[in-house]
Design a binder for this molecule. Structure first.
Ligand code: TYC
Length: 123
């Protein structure tokens, strides 16, 4: 992920040598610096499944099993939630993965001539 912030941390400085006269320093002029890189979390996207009156329930269950890794009981429950509420979040992913899921669902629906709709939105 993009490294958007970093900071310099002084880890150690040369110790002053008490046996040296004024103006006499060691030749080692450096300061040890360490860079800490803070890795940002990527923006996340909700994948939404929308209800319609025509797509068979079994097809929606199959989609949730195949593309979202759900077992049959989980898929059936979430399908019923979409059926009753009109839509539901079926997963949260990075942009590229969310886009792939939406494409897979829409392509499966198209192949079977079902009007099932799947979309994504930023979390
Ligand atoms: N409402 C559909 C039916 O009664 C089932 C369905 C559920 C369709 C979820 C789409 O995303 C959906 N056959």
């Amino acid at each position: 992920m993009t490294e958007l912030s970093s900071e310099r941390i002084v880890v150690s400085q040369d110790r002053i040598n008490p046996y040296l006269m004024a103006g006499e320093g060691d030749d080692d002029t450096g300061v040890v610096v360490q860079t800490r890189t803070r890795t940002q979390r990527p923006p996340m996207y909700k994948v939404l499944l929308l209800n319609d009156d025509f797509t068979p329930m079994e097809f929606v269950v199959m989609v949730l099993e195949r593309f979202f890794g759900m077992n049959h009981a989980q898929a059936f429950e979430l399908m019923l939630t979409v059926h009753k509420k009109g839509l539901a979040v079926v997963g949260v992913f990075t942009h590229e993965i969310a886009e792939t899921k939406v494409t897979q669902v829409m392509e499966a629906a198209r192949q079977h001539q079902h009007p099932l709709q799947c979309t994504m939105e930023k979390e």
